[in-house]
Design a protein around this ligand. Sequence first.
Ligand code: XUL
Length: 482
Amino acid sequence: MVGRSSLPDGALFLGLDSSTQSVKATVLSNELIIVASETVNFDSELPHYKTEGGVYRDPTDDGRIYSPTIMWVEALELLLEKLKPKINFSKVVAVSGSGQQHGSVYWKKGSQAVLSSLDPGKSLVSQLKDAFSTMDSPIWMDSSTTKQCREVENAVGGALELSKLTGSRAYERFTGPQIRKIYQTAPHIYENTERISLVSSFMASILVGCYASIDETDGAGMNLMDINKRTWSKAVLEATAPDLEQKLGNLAPACAAAGRISSYFVERHQFDKNCFVIQWSGDNPNSLAGLTLNTPGDLAISLGTSDTVFGITAEAKPSLEGHVFPNPVEPDGYMVMLCYKNGSLTREDVRNQCAEKSWDIFNNYLEKTPPLNGGRLGFYYKDHEILPPLPVGFHRYIVENFSDASSDNLKECEVQEFDPESEVRAIVEGQMLSMRGHAERFGMPNPPKRIIATGGASSNESILKLIAQIFGCPVFTVERPG
Ligand code: XUL
């Protein structure tokens, strides 16, 4: 592997992030200083795909949410073109990345051969556009596989059994139930599939020019991997779809090298032929790695399209709520995580309706309203929520006798609306209270020693202050590219 002392002068590290709404690149120097960054936003920079927030919502199939696989390929090409004037690709000694978790790609039979013989004179899109058995990649926002979830749980002895086996009970967005739905509703697509990749292993596959393994950490987000053995679970594979193991390939540790960069990128973009591609993993596991979370009392909160809460633990104790994944950097340890679908897009909705589309006004409302909002509490689901699993809807309550020290006299009554200031506080407090409540139930540290916040909204100081008020501990954030 790449030892730091043996690195050439000016060595660079390229980190990519293939997320719901964009792909991003961050380039680090040998001293871990950010030297360049770039973004490609799907909606605004690739408008011909007509995505909204990077996704399509199927009006004919309730809860089906997917993205066009080839858009991610085109975005990668554009990202490299935008980055080219800023850095010398030949100085990059290693490249790796994060993918939105759970999303899947279906490579058509014969595509391994296409992938390994890409012509550097032609674009990736022109060569890969016919490489998939379906053009649609189901993504983590999908909630259309409830039937498949119950079938897989029942086949292995119930939800808790599945959780003990794989680290999570069956979740609609997890890849196993998604694969089962394709097998059941479009068997010709399933049959014509040579390899199934996650978003993370898909992007790594393009870079190495052959099918990259699924890494053990992102692999735990599929409801298919034995969480203790870190191998595919035969029982769950059988409950999901026939001949699945060969379509999944081998698993690899998250920190392993996937291979050297393919000659396509050497010739087309002048990468060094010795440049390593390190296994990609999921965005949340990589956030845990990037935040160097190594103390069990620390909690991380990521505020993005989804909001997530995660920490580390020595033992895997999966339950009916939340997820256990292998720790991507500590081979024997685990990470625990909660995921909320109603993150930044739902906050933005309330900002647009109540705060004149301005974060300044939104923050001003947060600052001038008191903690716990004088008893005005709300729960806002713009999309079908994961935790707790609830349908779309905004729910507002006024809790009476709120100042009374005992909880006996508390009485809540549902109301139709709040004033704009209270609405703004209610959404952020509702999100944070839910995180605190579920984190406690899941056995995460209470109170945490400290919270490290990351993701887009972690640059908002008013939100960070509110997190500190709700969790009762210091909140830190990290350096982000400007
Ligand atoms: C995690 C999850 C989301 C996606 C978003 O389980 O579904 O956080 O990883 O990119």
